[in-house]
Structure formats: C-alpha cells, structure tokens
Design a protein around this ligand. Sequence first.
Ligand code: ADP
Length: 282
Amino acid sequence: EENEGYPTEDNIVDPRAEIKALRRERRKKTKTPKEVAALKKEEISRKRKAHKIHVQGSDIPTPVETFEELAQQFSIKEELIKNIQTRGYEVPTPIQMQAIPLMLKKREILACAPTGSGKTAAFLVPIIHCLGAPQKKGFRAVIVSPTRELANQTHRECVKLTEGIGLRCHVIDNVGKATQKFGPKSSQRFDILITTPNRLVFLLSQEPPAISLKNVEWLIVDESDKLFEEGRQGFRDQLGAIYRACDSNQIRRAFFSATFAFDVQEWCKLNLDNVVMLTVGQ
Ligand code: ADP
C-alpha cells in the first residue's frame, strides 16, 4: 500500500505510446458524419468489387457475406436458416449477397447472374422470410418460370426451404387439374405459386377467373431474358394481365435473368418502382 501511486513494472506507461493512443482516439472522435459515410461507402464498394457485384440504382444496402450476418441483420427465422444449412449452403453466392438484402428491404429489382449461380435461393429466401407464417388467404407469392421443368425444379427447392415453416407451395403443371384445384376454397391452402405464364394467364382468363391473385405480395419473374425473347412478344401482355390481377398497392416485383438483356432492362427501368439493377460477373 505504501507504494500506491508509484510506477511499478505493472502500471508503468510508455508516454510516447500514450500520446499516440490519445491522438488515435482524437482522430477517431473527430470524424464528421460525412467522413463516416464516405468510409462506409468505401467498405461497401470494396465488398462489391471482391464479389464482382455491379449495381445501378439508389440507396442500395450492403452485400451480406454470410448467412449468420443475414440472420442477425434481418431477424431471419431459425427454421429458414436451418433449411439453408441443410441444403448445404455455407455462404451466400454473390447474387444472393446482394439480392437477398434488397428484397428483404422490399425493393423492386432486376438481378442478372449466370446459370448455376444460385438465383433460385436468391428469391426464395427473402420471399419465405417476408411471407412469415401461413395465413390461409391464398397465394401471396407467385413465381413465373418459362418452362414446366424449371417450375418443377423451383418447386422442389421451395419445398425444401419451407420445411418446418408451414408455408405451402404449389406448382401448376397441368391446366385441367389446376382448374379443378383452384376453387376459391382450395387455393387458400397454398401460399406460394410456381407456374408458367401461359398456365397462369389461362386460369385468369376464365369466367369467372379460376385463380385469385388479390393477396399477392411478391411477383417473381425467373429467367426473364427467355420470357422476353423474340417470338415470345406476347409475354409483355401476359405480364400486364398478371399484374392487373394483383393489388398494385402491395405488390413487389423481382426479375431474375441469366443475361443482362436489353429488352428486360428497358422494361424494368420503365415499369419497376425505383428499380435496382444488379449484375454479377464480367
Ligand atoms: P440459377 O438459378 O442461377 O441457374 P440455381 O439456383 O439452380 O442457379 O443454383 C445452382 C446450384 O447451386 C443448385 O444446385 C443450388 O442448390 C446450389 N446453390 C444455391 N445457392 C447455394 C449456396 N449459397 N451455396 C452452395 N450451393 C448453392
């Protein structure tokens, strides 16, 4: 106790180190909000560059590099994260890193990434999160695919990612059967619909319409470059018919594509709300 206040080997401080630390501290404290924002912007663009993510649009969230970070930032349900792990997905692919946070923020997007880059989970994960618990009020998400094969493949992924969550997904692969199923009551059993535009427009064109899209919150157009291709001129009209059947006050739309096709870009720029366009690769 006699020694109190005197330097000992334990409490001796190198004055130079102390000054340096003080300076560092002061420098940290004196950052203006503008500087902080600039640093953050730098960090975001470093992340995008590392994963070859290119974006166009305003107010775009940071790419999320791990599923843990994603779960934390957006309070993703444990079951959904578990299903992602069960699928064997350890880290998000670049398109998932950017598209998932955008969709969780309810932004309308055009997302382009090569075949095999994980676009299916890039839209399924955010819509499954956004839909939350099953509500028995009919389809709340519709995924439009160019072919029946792709629709079936997406359906299989959707079944796996919704396991234990209670959301029910349905794929329409036969018009006759589908019409029977979509009496007003039976369609309420499902939350997510996966279909081709032809089948969907056929059901909508019945008198009265054989399907209701009134409660749809998310409309996903998968492989939109294929759907907009020449020789499929009718797709714009089909898209119009589908959109009109939805409630425009609550619908959010996301377009996915393997290429950055000019027609799709132009359509999205013109029609989507405050669109964000993102590309991965190149
Ligand atoms: P795309 O729609 O872009 O052509 P898919 O969604 O079909 O690609 O995904 C291609 C493959 O990658 C699928 O087998 C899918 O299960 C797998 N996959 C998707 N996301 C991940 C991930 N984060 N980590 C590992 N594999 C993934």
